[in-house]
Every structure is written in C-alpha cells, then in structure tokens.
Design a protein around this ligand. Sequence first.
Ligand SMILES: [Zn+2]
Length: 252
Amino acid sequence: MEIVITVVTYVLFFALGSVIGSFLNVVAYRVPIKESLIKGRSHCTTCGKQILNRDLIPVFSWIFLRGKCRFCKNKISPRYMIVELISGLSYLAAYAILGFSLKLAFAAVLFPVLIVLSLWDIDRQEIPYTCSIIIGVLGIISLVISIFTADMPWYEHLIGAAIVAVPFAILAFLGAMGGGDVQLMAAAGLLLGWSIVPAALIGILLGAVGGIIVKVVTKNNVICFGPYLSVGIAVGYLFGSQIISAYLGLMG
Ligand SMILES: [Zn+2]
C-alpha cells in the first residue's frame, strides 16, 4: 500500500509542476508583450484559433497532437512541452529529495522562478530584476527562520550572498558577465549559503560547455548564462551540502 501512495504522490507532484510549467510558458510569452496573464485563452500563434480544453493537458497534449495545431496543422514549438516537462520533473525531484519540508516549500517557488528567468534570458539576453528579487526575498525569509532553527547558522546566508557575487561583480566590471548574473547569484547565495559555491561552479562549467555547443550549432555569439546558472542553483539547492561534504571528505 505504501508504494502505491508513494507513486501517487510522485505523479501528483509531477502533474502540479507541469501545470505550473504551462503557466510559466504563458508568463514568458505574454509579460514581454504586455498581454494579460489571466484574460484571454491560449491560442495557436499561427492561425489564432483557441486551444481546446482537452488539448491543454501539459506535456501529453503536445505528444498526442504530434506537435501540431489541431486546426491548421502548423508545428507548435516543442519548447512549451519541454518547459512543462522540466517544471514537472523539478517538482518531482524536489519532493523525492526533500520530502515534505520547509525546504520543499521554498523549492516550489524557487524552481518556477529559475525557469522563467532562463526563458527570459534565452529570449532577451537579460535576467529580469523581479526574478532575482523574489529569490532574494526567499533568502531573507530563510535567514530569519535560521535564527530560530538549527538548519544553517544565519550568517552563512550572508556568506553565501557575498562569496560568489563579489567575484562575479568583478567579472561584470571587466565586461565578462552581465549585471543580471551578479544579482541572481547574490540573491541565490542568500538562500543557499555555502551551497552557492558548487552551484556557481556547476553553472560556469555547464555555461562553458553549453556556450561552445550553442556557438558551433547556431553559429551565433549570443551568450546567455541564466539557464546554466539556474541549473547550477537548482543542483546546489538540492545537493549542495552533500557535494560540499563529499569534497571535504576527499580533502581528508
Ligand atoms: Zn493553428
């Protein structure tokens, strides 16, 4: 019986995450063109026809329709489905790793914000200030909570805010990095504490590899660091303390 409950809970977390991912697609598409988030139903961007209720199921609808509009048969970008899938998997992973906890509640906000800022950075080479502010607010709340709990010494949140953001700020000053990246890492550091160090290293490593691949495949020089840093932050948030203790263990 217990296994059934576990599986059902996993499925529910994936479903919740993918529905939120579907909303994140709307946010990333409509906010920049100043369309209302709640007014107006989703429609095909080619023929303008409203999307039927039964075709609004995250991930699966896109697969059933083989990535085509039901009416005009034009291709619907797999991006929407991929975002829903990633969002669903991020919720599933957060629950599987963190269980029902305060950290899970923070992840439920952090992960969607990371997804939106990544989409925004891919589209506009800019990380929205609002996203970093939201993550910073999560960091301040967790700092205040840590004064009363044994989770992490409160000052480690402040160390986290500075330890990566300061070198990033120097890189930004030299023009090697955008100001949005610095704000993001300062805000995420406030939330993650020391875990921001592995987060930044993973982000930089992925950014270097990904940047080369993107450059070779698309032949353009656009660099957006946001998605790579976001993956780093998510991994750091979920596994940061394990990575740090494994590293310290290796050091003896
Ligand atoms: Zn259409």
